[in-house]
Ligand binder design. Sequence first.
Ligand SMILES: Cc1cc2nc3c(=O)[nH]c(=O)nc-3n(C[C@H](O)[C@H](O)[C@H](O)COP(=O)(O)O)c2cc1C
Length: 370
Amino acid sequence: MLYTSLFRPFLFRQDPEAVHELVIRLLEQVGKTPLLSGCLRRCFSVEDRRLVSTVMGLRFPNPVGLAAGFDKNGRLVRSIPLLGFGFMEIGTVTAHPQAGNPRPRLFRLPADQALINRMGFNNAGADAVAKHLEQAGKPPIPLGINIGKSKIVPLSQAVADYLYSFERLYPWGDFFVVNVSSPNTPGLRQLQEGSLLGELLHALQEQNIQLATQAHHPPKPLLVKIAPDLVPSQLDAIVDVVAEQRIAGIVATNTTVARNGLTTALDEAGGLSGRPLRQRSTAIIRYLFQRTEGRIPIIGVGGIFSAADAWEKILAGASLVQVYTGLIYEGPSLVRHITRGLCACLSAAGLQTVTDAVGQDACNPENTPR
Ligand SMILES: Cc1cc2nc3c(=O)[nH]c(=O)nc-3n(C[C@H](O)[C@H](O)[C@H](O)COP(=O)(O)O)c2cc1C
């Protein structure tokens, strides 16, 4: 309430990226201050055993995570858990540090409760992020690291580029997400095509096994993040590769290049996120859950602004969910609202745990893919 009536009107008058940088700096400081950290934790955390789940062999205190792109450099691994999140995904990190696209590159569409971004993987690079993570220590919630291709590296050398980031960041991530779906790195989404994706995931999985053997632990969960703009035949090909390469899960979805149904007349290139993405991303989740018969965990992301939106994605087949744009529009209490709301949804549905709800809607014959 305080956020939407007081802070948001003020913040939305400032440049979106400047606000983002300010928030990162503030949160980073809060994470280093024990008194403030304690206040935040007490204010935002919801502990309820019905929300606890084990997915991909990892224990999640609740199913609501921070999506990639908010904390590109892993500066907030101490602060994000204080906001009540059950897990976080940092990145996208690339092997080479890069400045990203020229500014302005982030735009608000308040009438549509959406954002358009063409950041272009601005990040400090795998070496610097590894140092940050080493200094910060292990966060109390599962940490995902999203890796992508450096802009200066041609597509033909993408595999080696991903492998570098993966190896460099390996000790710090509980799971890794292979980003082949950002619309803002030229050619990147071609890596979603069956044979190229197979080659990339095979190489990463081989290295995963090798690194895990050296460290005497099981291989870490490797996931792939996909675009919402794929047609069923492309999704089918991805599901086949995911099964062949024993990929642990799918993050669905990234931002969209579609502009359907917007009321804002803003002609900016980039990926659209927020409300207009919600239904499309839920449809992809449902399709994937049905195609895989619920065998491959899905992290559902796209347009979640409330507990009802998160519940919809869980019923469609998401084991875990993530937010980004919703956080910008609803503020830091969003996670608490979602976690509390999910408990109410479980009670109303007569279900014991959030795991029991996963894919309940997708099992409905009326929702079979066409
Ligand atoms: C400003 C911004 C930057 C993003 N950067 C990344 C990124 O670096 N890597 C990535 O995989 N996704 C990135 N995303 C996509 C989000 O992780 C998420 O998939 C997408 O925004 C849909 O969720 P939402 O509607 O809750 O925002 C970014 C999104 C936004 C709005």
